[in-house]
Design a binder for this molecule. Sequence first.
Ligand SMILES: Cc1ncc(COP(=O)(O)O)c(C=O)c1O
Length: 370
Amino acid sequence: MPAPPFDAATATTVTTTDGRSLVSFGGCNYHGLAHHPRVVHAAQDALARFGLSASASRETTGNARPHELLELETAGFLGSESALLVPDGYTANVAAAQAAARTHGVAILDERSHASLHDAAAAAGLHTLVYRHGDTDQASTMAAQHVEHGVVMMVDGVFAADGRIARLRELLAALPEDALLIVDDCHGFLTLGPDGRGTASHLGLHDPRIALTTTLAKGLGCAGGIVAGQHCFIERARRATAYVCTTPTPPALAEAAREALRVMRDEPWRLESLRDNASRLRAHAVRLGLAVCPDPTPIITFTLGTRDDMEHAQAALTAAGFRVPLIDYPGGPAPVYFRLMVSSEHTQDQIDSLAAALAGAISRPIRAAS
Ligand SMILES: Cc1ncc(COP(=O)(O)O)c(C=O)c1O
């Protein structure tokens, strides 16, 4: 079932179809950049020049200057040799897997790696092995057993569905020199690391075996996908059908994403605020007895008793003026669970009010998410 539709949104609120304004703790607009005046203006300005769609593959007639500039600027920001822009984050994973499959044969994935990584490995024809969530020992054993087939590990930097930070250092330690580690950093990009450069940077890892993928729809609030890494890997991604046979991000959104990167550079308070807000909401959750992942990310997931209990709590939170998503999404801690997201734009008052409403909504026994 899709979530209830909304009629309008700001960085922290949604207007429901019956005209109510709810403070939203859902989605992944981590810095509210989808609504930032500079970003919106950049898109509007570029729309007037480029229209809505590039209308064809970048390899035929759809390659606009903003696409190439965005690649250069994103690679520079991430400290990568090279970057490739594709239509979205899902496609970035498929392009990365297709690039990997030219030189490697076996994909090793965490069971909670994002569904797009699992799909990407299958689409690229990689033989796939899956290890228990976070079990880097099992991942190492698998890598050792398949070393002669060429191993590529594929994992979320920050797990989309539980907010946990992947143990990339341990995964790298298990990999031989010629292996690859594809890190889907959709939720680490612009949330973790110095300047928001992501999970590997947060962990102090600069390893040529790492290739990064990310969406531009979350931290940057735009749309598109990026594969970043060593020049030779990106050149292989450039031959992937996921790149060659798709229409890219609209040029106007590429321009918006470039502006969003500049906003992040000009407004460094955003990262600080995001981290303060995440720690404030997490502290509230812990005080309420919710079993949440302690990692310092803006994603907080938990369950409460039965599905009925959770639906009841969600209705109470909606009545109190909050959108708190109860989701059924692959890779989560339970078949259905609460997934809260806090952004750099939320006020302390909004967070404290949510915690008060949550305390009121929790009226039945709590079962911990694992
Ligand atoms: C971890 C992760 N990878 C990939 C994607 C896909 O990105 P996009 O929506 O840009 O296709 C998402 C979310 O949508 C995600 O959370």
